[in-house]
Design a binder for this molecule. Structure first.
Ligand SMILES: [Ca+2]
Ligand SMILES: [Ca+2]
Ligand SMILES: [Ca+2]
Length: 536
């Protein structure tokens, strides 16, 4: 049974059958490729000084993932790549202070397969714990022999290898291995990706394969204890609604699986003209529109204030591709996996989280954007806020609880002068906060923060004595430019505040790396040029 057979009751000529099949076959990539080419040919994509790259001179090696292409992954950390708007990202760098994902969390990618030998994906491929590979026996008795990484519902075998590229790209957004010094990083640095292949090497798919894939995932979660929290569905069904598919997706949800759907690339108002599967009005379906680096809805993205739940980065997205390569693609196919990935992060942070709680966390914390009003129900995906909504840690400076630096006690030789250069953009309002912590001889911790009150900035330095914070220095600063210098207990902290941002960092890794750490939070806040030098 092909797509048309299920989705259309109208008889059609061989020509139109072929046409319908081709439309189904192309699924989402057609417009994506077009959009990609347009951007590749245009000024936006020309390499420019707008593309900032993390470098050793600017930031300690472990501060952000060391994957070389992280610098162009604007969806994670938008520093103006592709002419984008600084801070228009999903807050991944901040979210990673909560969690970078967990291999115990499984997501199903229902797509064209995955490059099973891609060096930036292999470690994050799901491995069926109940299956002994290659013995010709269905060890876990789920009806599939040797289904180690998932199943190929096109060729009906255990090797869901991607000959098309689309599924590999989607998988990399969710979980290309992070901080391995290679290629890109996924939103999850580690996760387990189940591969369910429903599209052949031309991108053609059938409804029977799609239904079988949905049922595989549902069964594995419900009957075999595999903690699949989401399926990514960057495919569309041009012929429309199907009661059979709707029921399969409902059962998916009843098993505990969030069904993340690409809204589609028809530039259509789906409130008026429904598209599927995003159009299924089920509590476990989250439908995702595509966002540009500038924070607008991508030209080709479908939209609808009632039917498109959230927008996520989708235009000019760098990710893994077939044959061990990488590629830049655009479309709602790339937007959906950002949301799928955040479902996985939420489950990593709170394993018992329910489908309903996931929906609330993601849709309840999306950042409203004027450019999305009337087009998307909520706003831009915000991974940082979604995780923060779980109440798992403080997210505003000063952190409610910062334990004394007992976890990492650096050797005396690493006691350091802390020079912290912060480039931030707070023209959008809000506050900027940051802290630096280090193991001074007192064993205390020092924090500096800078926050906005009306038209002025207030800077202060505090020391945590193990009981609470004591303000040791404070100063008002006019405007958004200036150099502040404080000396605390023989260590100096310098804050150069220039109204633009550069890079984010991860405090925990900095602490581990040098006995000093920094953390930046607040609207559009980023930090760079962290330098720690031994005390004389
Ligand atoms: Ca099996
Ligand atoms: Ca076996
Ligand atoms: Ca990588």
């Amino acid at each position: 049974m092909d797509w048309r057979g299920v989705f259309s009751s109208r008889p059609c000529s061989p020509r139109s059958r072929s046409s319908a099949r081709r439309r189904a076959a192309r699924l989402v990539p057609g417009p994506e490729r077009l959009e990609s080419r347009q951007l590749l040919a245009g000024d936006l994509w020309a390499p420019s000084a707008d593309i900032r790259s993390p470098s050793a001179a600017e930031i300690l090696p472990a501060a952000v993932p060391n994957d070389p292409s992280f610098a162009v992954e604007w969806g994670m950390l938008n520093s103006g790549q592709y002419g984008g708007t600084i801070g228009n990202d999903i807050g991944a760098a901040q979210a990673w202070d909560y969690t970078t994902g967990a291999r115990s969390v499984v997501v199903a990618v229902i797509d064209s397969g995955i490059d099973l030998t891609h060096p930036d994906l292999v470690a994050n491929l799901w491995v069926n714990p109940g299956e002994i590979p290659g013995d010709g026996i269905d060890n876990d008795a789920n009806g599939f022999i040797d289904d180690v990484h998932g199943w190929d519902f096109v060729d009906n075998d255990a090797v869901p290898q991607d000959g098309y590229g689309h599924g590999t790209h989607v998988a990399g957004i969710i979980g290309a291995v992070g901080n391995n010094g290679l290629g890109v990083t996924g939103v999850n640095w580690q996760v387990s990706i189940m591969t369910l292949r429903i599209q052949d090497d031309r991108g053609a798919g059938t409804t029977s394969a799609m239904l079988a894939a949905l049922r595989y995932a549902t069964t594995m979660r419900r009957d075999h204890g595999i903690m699949i929290v989401a399926s990514n569905n960057s495919w569309d069904a041009p012929a429309g609604y199907s009661g059979v598919v709707e029921q399969a997706i409902r059962e998916h949800g009843e098993a505990g699986i969030t069904f993340v759907a690409a809204a589609g690339n028809n530039a259509t108002n789906t409130d008026v003209t429904p598209k599927f599967p995003g159009g299924y009005d089920l509590p476990n379906v989250i439908t995702v529109g595509s966002l540009t680096p500038q924070g607008t809805l991508s030209v080709s993205s479908n939209y609808g204030a009632a039917t498109v739940d959230v927008a996520a980065p989708g235009t000019v997205i760098q990710s893994t591709y077939k044959n061990g390569t990488y590629a830049l693609l655009s479309g709602t196919s790339m937007a959906a996996p950002h949301v799928t990935a955040v479902v996985a992060l939420l489950a990593a942070a709170r394993p018992e989280i329910t489908v309903a709680e996931i929906r609330t966390a993601i849709l309840g914390t999306a950042t409203p954007l004027a450019s999305l009003a009337g087009k998307v129900a909520t706003g831009r995906l915000n991974a940082f806020a979604a995780l923060g909504s779980l109440g798992i840690a403080s997210q505003s400076p000063p952190p409610a609880v910062i334990p004394p630096p007992a976890v990492v006690v650096p050797p005396a030789s690493s006691l350091a002068n802390v020079s912290l250069r912060v480039l931030a953009d707070v023209r959008g309002g809000g506050s900027v906060g940051l802290y630096a912590r280090h193991d001074a001889t007192s064993g205390g911790m020092v924090m500096a923060e800078l926050f906005r009150t009306g038209g002025r900035f207030r800077a202060r330095i505090m020391v945590h004595d193990g009981q609470g914070w004591n303000v040791v220095a404070a100063r008002w600063v006019a405007g958004g430019r200036g150099l502040l210098r404080f000396d605390v207990e023989g260590n100096s902290l310098r804050i150069s505040f220039q109204g633009r941002l550069a890079l984010a960092t991860r405090s925990a890794l900095l602490v581990a790396a040098g006995g000093s750490g920094l953390r930046v939070s607040g609207v559009n806040a980023r930090a760079s040029n962290f330098v720690a030098t031994p005390l004389a």
